[in-house]
Ligand binder design. Structure first.
Ligand code: CAO
Length: 448
C-alpha cells in the first residue's frame, strides 16, 4: 500500500496555528473527513479533517507545534484509493469564538470561510450567522472543540458542567471522560441527578413492599438532619452495588508478625523523613502481587465480556467528616512502600479536606477498605463497581497459633475479601486470600 501525506488544508486567513489537541495516534484506522487534530489561532479553534481514509503510519506533528497550510500532519497507508481526496475545510469551534469575542449569537460550527468573514473585527460579531442547530445553546458555550461536543452529546454529558483543564479552560475528551467516570463512580453528580431523590427511593421499582413510615417523635425526642451530598451519592452507589452484585465474602487471617516488626523498624529508620509507613501500604503492594497472579480480580464486567486490566490502580477507603471517599493510588505496581505511604498520606488529607479531584478518585481496579486503625474482627465490604472485588482489613491482634509443637503468640491480620460471583469462583477467592496471606507472611515473595 502506498503512503499518502495528509496535509493541513486551506485555513483561511490564519498564518501559523498551534496544535492543541491530537485525536489520532499511530496504528489508528481513520475515515476520510475524520478529525485529526485541533489547532488554535488567537481567534478560533479548528479541527483538521483527514483528506483520505487509511491507517496512520507516522505522526509528523506533536502538541504545541505550529502548522500552516501545506504542513504535513501524518503519513497514511491509504485504504482503497491511493490518491488523496481533496482536503476538507477545517471545522471551527464556536466555543472559542464565544470565549474570545463579545457575546453574540454564534453558530455551533462554522466553516472557515464564514469565520474569516465574520471574525476579523473581534469586537463586532453581529454579522455572524444565526445558529444552524436550533438545539445548540447560542451564548456562553463551554470552550470545547466540535468533536469533544459531539463526544459529550453522545454520552449525554452536560458539557457546561465539565471543568476544562486545557489552556483557557478548554474542555478535552479526557475531561469529558474523567467527568463521566466520576459520575459513574458516584464521586460527583450532574445537576439533573442532584435534583432527583437519592437512588433507591422506596423500593417500589424492585417490587418490594413500601419502606415503613414511622413517626419516631411519638416514641421520644428526635432530631432530623439532612444527609450531606457525599453521603447521598455514596449511599446510592452502595445500594446499587449491594443489590446488583451477587457478592460473597471469604474471611481469612494473615500472619504479619515479621512484617509488623519490619514496619516498626522502617518507621524508626525513617523517623526524620516525615513519611509514616502503615500496614495499608504493604497491603496495597501485596494485593498488586495477588492481582497479578489472579487477574480476574483486576477485571470488570462489560456485558457478556470480562475486561482484564493491565494496570494496577488501587483505591483505599478513607473515612472523612463528609463521608466515605475512595482515593486511588495509580500504578501501584511501579511504586515502592515509601512512595505509596507518602501518596496515601497526601490523598487521605485531601479527602478529609474535601479537596480530591475526580481524577484522584477514578480508575481504580481494586479497592482496600482498612478499619485496622479502628478495630473489629471481620466485615463484609461492598464491592466498588465496576470493580469485581474488594478487600476489607481489620485490626491485627496477637493470637495463639499452633506451630506443630506448641501454641505461640503470632500477630494475625483479619482479611475479608468480597468478590463478584459472576466473574470469580469461590475456589479462586480462597486461593487469592491464601496467596495474600503467604505474601504478608513473607514479604520477599513480592519479588518472585
Ligand atoms: N491492625 C492494627 N493496627 C493498625 C492496622 C491494623 N490492620 N492498620 C493500621 N493500624 C494502626 C496504625 O499503625 C496506626 O497506629 P500508630 O498510630 O500507633 O502508628 C493507627 O492504626 C492509625 O492508622 P491510620 O488509620 O492513620 O492509617 P492507615 O494507613 O491504616 O489508614 C486510612 C489510613 C485513610 C485508610 C484511614 O485513616 C481510614 O480512613 N480508615 C477508615 C476506612 C473506612 O472507613 N473503611 C470502611 C469503609 S466501608 O464503610
Amino acid at each position: 500500500m502506498a503512503l499518502v501525506e495528509v496535509k493541513v488544508p486551506d485555513i483561511g486567513d490564519f498564518d501559523e496555528v498551534a496544535v492543541i489537541e491530537l485525536m489520532v495516534k499511530v496504528g489508528d484506522t481513520i475515515k476520510a473527513e475524520q478529525s485529526l487534530m485541533t489547532v488554535e489561532s488567537d481567534k478560533a479553534a479548528m479541527e483538521i479533517p483527514s483528506s483520505t481514509a487509511g491507517v496512520v503510519k507516522e505522526l509528523r506533528v506533536k502538541l504545541g507545534d505550529k502548522v500552516k497550510e501545506g504542513s504535513v500532519v501524518l503519513m497514511l497507508e491509504a485504504v482503497g484509493a491511493v490518491a488523496p481526496a481533496p482536503a476538507e475545510s477545517p471545522v471551527v469551534s464556536a466555543a472559542v469564538v464565544t470565549a474570545q469575542v463579545a457575546a453574540a449569537p454564534v453558530v455551533a460550527t462554522l466553516s472557515v470561510s464564514e469565520l474569516t468573514v465574520a471574525v476579523p473585527v473581534a469586537a463586532s460579531v453581529s454579522g455572524l450567522a444565526p445558529a444552524h442547530n436550533p438545539g445548540a445553546p447560542a451564548l456562553g458555550l463551554p470552550h470545547a472543540s466540535p468533536s469533544v461536543r459531539k463526544f459529550a452529546r453522545e454520552l449525554g454529558v452536560p458539557l457546561e458542567e465539565v471543568k476544562g483543564n486545557g489552556p483557557k479552560g478548554r474542555i478535552s475528551q479526557d475531561d469529558v471522560q474523567a467527568f463521566t467516570k466520576a459520575v459513574m463512580a458516584g464521586a460527583t453528580q450532574t445537576k439533573a441527578q442532584a435534583t432527583k431523590a437519592p437512588a433507591g427511593g422506596d423500593g417500589a421499582a424492585l417490587g418490594l413492599i413500601p419502606w415503613p413510615k414511622v413517626d419516631f417523635a411519638k416514641f421520644g425526642p428526635i432530631e432530623r438532619q439532612e444527609m450531606g451530598r457525599i453521603k447521598k451519592i455514596s449511599g446510592a452507589n452502595l445500594l446499587r452495588n449491594a443489590i446488583m452484585i451477587p457478592a460473597v465474602t471469604n474471611h481469612d487471617d494473615a500472619d504479619i508478625t515479621e512484617l509488623e516488626a519490619f514496619r516498626v523498624s522502617t518507621n524508626k529508620e525513617n523517623e526524620k523523613s516525615g513519611v509514616k509507613v502503615t500496614m495499608l501500604a504493604f497491603l496495597i503492594k501485596a494485593c498488586v502481587a495477588a492481582l497479578k497472579k489472579y487477574p480476574e480480580f483486576n477485571s470488570s464486567l462489560d456485558g457478556d465480556a470480562i475486561v482484564y486490566k493491565n494496570y494496577w490502580h488501587i483505591g483505599f477507603a478513607a473515612d472523612t467528616p463528609n463521608g466515605l471517599m475512595v482515593p486511588v493510588i495509580r500504578n501501584a505496581d511501579t511504586k515502592g512502600i515509601l512512595q505509596i505511604s507518602q501518596e496515601m498520606g497526601e490523598l487521605a488529607k485531601k479527602a478529609r479536606d474535601g479537596k480530591l479531584s475526580p481524577a484522584e478518585m477514578t480508575g481504580a481496579t481494586f479497592t482496600i477498605s482498612s478499619l485496622g486503625g479502628i478495630g473489629g474482627k471481620y466485615f463484609t465490604p461492598i464491592i466498588n463497581a465496576p470493580e469485581v472485588a474488594i478487600l476489607g482489613v481489620c485490626k491485627s491482634t496477637h493470637e495463639p497459633v499452633w506451630d506443630g509443637k506448641q501454641f505461640v503468640p503470632r500477630l494475625m491480620l483479619p482479611l475479608s475479601l468480597t468478590w463478584d460471583h459472576r466473574v470469580i469462583d469461590g475456589a479462586a477467592a480462597a486461593r487469592f486470600n491464601a496467596y495474600l496471606g503467604q505474601i504478608l507472611g513473607d514479604f520477599r515473595r513480592v519479588l518472585l
